[in-house]
Design a protein around this ligand. Structure first.
Ligand code: FAD
Length: 382
């Protein structure tokens, strides 16, 4: 067992860290304030290979392992949770679904554009009435000759208004509930497809989150991803990888909160001493450091298991569940260590706390992760 990064991973980590220090960290607070999607970072991120991390080199990607991806994603999330979420949903969800279920023609058509950053990707499963319960999806895809006609609406779609390529799950056999879902790739500009309302969120203000409306959207059967009624089975595999990414994303934001809290504790003086000398504050920092290390190790274990070709349903959920909770606790403690100043916009820790909360909700809530973990533990019960 080796807990060290290899030399290539160290180079990757350093180059992403340097890029973020230059191109993201100085602007993150302003993007949050302006609630603006920072389109200007997409090109430079693509040049660094961050938008095609798992895409094979033959399709213009970086052809990297999942472990490489989580190392890079932690750095980007450290710099800005919103940009990190763009990277996560683009790579793991949209490109990830096409990589998993696409045929050669679909991969050749979409992956080079996604990997080069010429097109951003989005992935739409959630609907107004169907979140944790994917089987309640009401977006329908009905076969008409060689085509499919899609009608319905999705919500909470990351990159909903800025993406060019959408993977959308629609019900093809409603009586089979989630087992009757099928995935389609739909391009921006297809008649009947449009972004709906932009969602006003508690955090992640620089991440584009909108509804997605489908009204009589006609797509040829060649844009169906994977077999009919197989969309949910592929989604589970996509999420097995995506959840590991969200774990790394959470660790990244919380590490930023930890660094901010540690440096504040050293310079803030009360009762004639830096607050870092008080045991209560030291214990908060110790808990943060311990839990973030544990979270990262769980994320890396799951990523390395995926890279070894193993199924990681339970490891992915454990990593995501633990990292989300640990990271939320750490960001909350960082605000506490800053006292009243932590509650102001003068310091970044309030943004970290607002942003990190999504880790407990997106790609399956904490409660859903526990359902998955318990189901895996109790598999023999049938
Ligand atoms: C910023 C943001 C970005 C997102 N990006 C995307 C995206 O790009 N694509 C996409 O498809 N979706 C996206 N989502 C949606 C996200 O995945 C869902 O919000 C999430 O799956 C939860 O669904 P819900 O919001 O409908 O909550 P619900 O499913 O309604 O859950 C509400 C509460 O009930 C609990 N609950 C539900 N069922 C059970 C149960 N059986 N047992 C115990 N507790 C239960 C939940 O844990 C939660 O606490 C995004 C969400 C946000 C906030």
């Amino acid at each position: 067992m080796n807990f060290d990064l290899d030399q290539d991973q160290e180079v990757l980590q350093k180059s992403v860290r340097d890029f973020c220090a230059r191109a993201i960290i100085p602007h993150a607070a302003r993007w949050d304030e302006e609630e603006r999607f920072p389109a200007e970072v997409i090109g430079p991120m693509a040049e660094l290979g961050l938008l095609g991390m798992h895409v094979p080199e033959s399709y213009g990607g970086a052809g990297m392992k999942l472990h490489d991806y989580v190392v890079a994603l932690e750095e980007v999330a450290y710099a800005d949770g919103s940009v990190g979420l763009t990277m996560a949903s683009h790579n793991s969800l949209c490109s990830g679904h096409i990589l998993l279920a696409g045929n050669d023609a679909q991969k050749a058509r979409y992956l080079p554009r996604l990997a080069s950053g010429k097109a951003l990707g989005a992935w739409g499963l959630t609907e107004p009435g169907s979140g944790s319960d994917a089987g309640a999806a009401r977006t329908r895809a009905v076969r008409q000759g060689a085509d499919w006609v899609l009608d319905g609406s999705k919500t909470f779609i990351t990159q909903g208004s800025v993406a060019e390529i959408y993977v959308v799950l629609a019900s093809t056999t409603p009586e089979k509930r989630q087992k009757g879902l099928t995935a389609f790739v739909i391009e921006k500009g297809t008649p009947g497809l449009r972004a709906g309302k932009r969602l006003e969120k508690m955090g992640l203000h620089a991440s584009d989150t909108t509804e997605l409306i489908l009204e009589g959207v006609v797509v040829p059967d060649e844009q169906r991803l994977g077999p009919i009624d197989h969309g949910f089975f592929d989604t589970l595999k996509v999420l097995d990888r995506g959840r590991i990414g969200i774990g790394a994303w959470a660790v990244g934001i919380a590490r930023a909160a930890f660094d901010a809290a540690r440096s504040y504790a050293k310079q803030r003086v009360q009762f004639g001493h830096p607050i870092a000398e008080f045991q209560a504050v030291r214990h908060m920092l110790a808990d943060m450091a311990t839990e973030l290390d544990a979270a990262r190790l769980l994320v890396w274990r799951a990523a390395c298991s995926q890279d070894a070709g193993r199924s990681t349903t339970m490891e992915s959920s454990i990593a995501k569940y633990y990292a989300a909770r640990a990271a939320t606790r750490a960001c909350n403690a960082a605000v506490q260590i800053h006292g009243g100043y932590g509650y102001t916009r003068e310091f970044p820790v309030e943004r970290y706390l607002r942003d990190v909360k999504l880790a407990e909700i997106g790609e399956g809530t904490n409660e859903v992760q526990k359902m998955v973990i318990a189901r895996e533990i109790l598999k023999d019960l049938g």
